[in-house]
Design a protein around this ligand. Structure first.
Ligand SMILES: Nc1ncnc2c1ncn2[C@@H]1O[C@H](COP(=O)(O)OP(=O)(O)OP(=O)(O)O)[C@@H](O)[C@H]1O
Ligand SMILES: [Mg+2]
Length: 405
């Protein structure tokens, strides 16, 4: 990890709920917060269905998130409103309840306070809606301004053929700038290398799709870029005219990597990029990601369902369970001092190449009902020591602190 501590991505109280009928919701991601620093590899682990993919998809704005915010390079790129709406409803209910027993003066005072509170929440809702919709527009406008500033002096100094050439270049750049999206600097490598590549598109079309959407029209430029990407990920240029079904799983994942890298992203979300692959091929794809990361200074959110894959690769690791982040720490710290029982159970599942250890290794099964009593005191996400967070209540917090001593 670079020494640079600049935060590239900040996920702040993210909630993504899915309505499953009139009265049922799935809280796929429920109040999850973490940040990723520039140049870092952040591992996100947890069992199937705990909300890892949904977290990734929320970050790249495939959903209108329910609540919370996502900041990229300090700009809020996604914002939900449900928490504000809930706060308004709660304030209104409380006012109704309290007014029943209050004197007229008290009631008037309470109402004024509640009105002010609600006005503030409404303001936050408007701000969230604005950011959700406009962050890309604002970014594109910034890029357009940059292009204009670059070409204005050049154009006024040029004459004749030179001027004509520059004008064409200027228009091309301007069109691309208008189409830039902040979110294209975050690219996702999808979980399923088969389903995520359109079978009717050639590899060339798949890899260059993002460039084309961004306004690139020069076929030569596109071809060159595609070849460069293919070679970068260990394929050859002849592969460009083939279709996805002609490739093996590992090769398809390389195509997915090429498709994400071509956009020159700063952050890549790799969603279980190797779980569908053979163990030997897994290592190849991980090595490829590592090389690319060093070469381009990429930042990586690496999603996996078990800890063994992320162990050597991640600077920090977040552990999710049923939509919640239950533990977050530096990789070394997490392996040395796992605190949450779910993290311990994940660790107990990792085999080691040591026959004596393996004979004694017992898998710890995590049973939340037996493990925690949250009936009186519900858990929150607390910092046990700098950078090491655990979801726990007061009693557990004291117990963990004791264990850490
Ligand atoms: N579009 C959707 N509509 C409704 N429910 C969804 C949707 N997407 C995900 N879910 C539900 O949200 C929960 C989290 O799903 P998610 O795909 O994020 O899990 P995951 O951690 O990526 O699992 P896996 O390791 O199997 O990929 C699951 O219960 C899933 O059924
Ligand atoms: Mg998933």
């Amino acid at each position: 990890m670079e020494n640079n501590q600049e935060v590239l991505l900040r996920v702040d109280h993210l909630c993504q709920y899915f309505k499953m009928g009139p009265n049922a919701v799935t809280k796929a991601v429920d109040d999850v917060s973490f940040d990723i620093k520039k140049g870092e590899v952040f591992g996100l682990v947890g069992e199937s269905g705990c909300g890892k993919t949904t977290t990734g998809r929320s970050i790249i704005k495939l959903y209108d998130i329910t609540s919370g915010s996502v900041y990229f390079k300090g700009v809020r790129i996604a914002a939900g409103t449900q928490s504000y709406k809930d706060a308004i409803k709660k304030a209104q209910d409380e006012l109704k309840e309290k007014s029943k027993t209050a004197s007229p003066e008290e009631a008037a005072k309470l109402k004024a306070e509640t009105d002010a509170f609600i006005a503030e929440q409404r303001k936050q809702i408007k701000l969230a809606q604005y950011d959700q919709k406009n962050c890309d527009k604002a970014y594109a406008a910034q890029q357009v301004k940059k292009v204009e500033e670059k070409y204005a002096p050049l154009l006024s100094a040029a004459t004749g053929d030179e001027k004509e050439k520059l004008t064409k270049e200027y228009r091309d750049e301007l069109r691309k700038a208008k189409n830039t999206r902040l979110v294209t600097q975050i690219q996702m490598i999808f979980q399923d290398p088969i389903a995520s590549l359109d079978p009717r598109m050639t590899v060339r079309e798949i890899i260059s799709e993002g460039l084309v959407i961004q306004g690139e029209r020069d076929k030569k430029v596109i071809d060159e870029k595609v070849y460069e990407m293919l070679e970068l990920v260990g394929l050859v240029r002849e592969h460009a005219s083939r279709y996805p079904h002609e490739f093996s799983g590992g090769q398809r994942q390389r195509i997915g990597v090429a498709r994400s890298i071509i956009m020159n992203p700063e952050l890549i979300i790799a969603d279980e990029p190797v779980s569908a692959l053979d163990v030997s091929v897994q290592a190849q794809v991980i090595n490829l990601l590592n090389e690319l990361r060093e070469k381009f200074g990429l930042t990586l959110l690496f999603i996996a369902h078990d800890l063994s894959v992320v162990k050597y690769f991640s600077d920090r690791i977040g552990v999710m369970y049923y939509g919640k982040m239950v533990e977050l720490a530096d990789s070394d710290e997490l392996f040395l001092n796992p605190m949450h029982p779910y993290t311990r159970s994940l660790l107990s599942a990792i085999p080691l190449p040591d026959p004596i250890y393996e004979k004694q290794r017992k898998r710890i099964v995590y049973n939340p009902l037996a493990e925690h009593d949250y009936s009186q005191d519900p858990p929150t996400f607390r910092e046990l020591k700098p950078g090491h967070f655990v979801q726990c209540n007061e009693a557990e917090y004291r117990k963990y602190m004791e264990q850490l001593k």
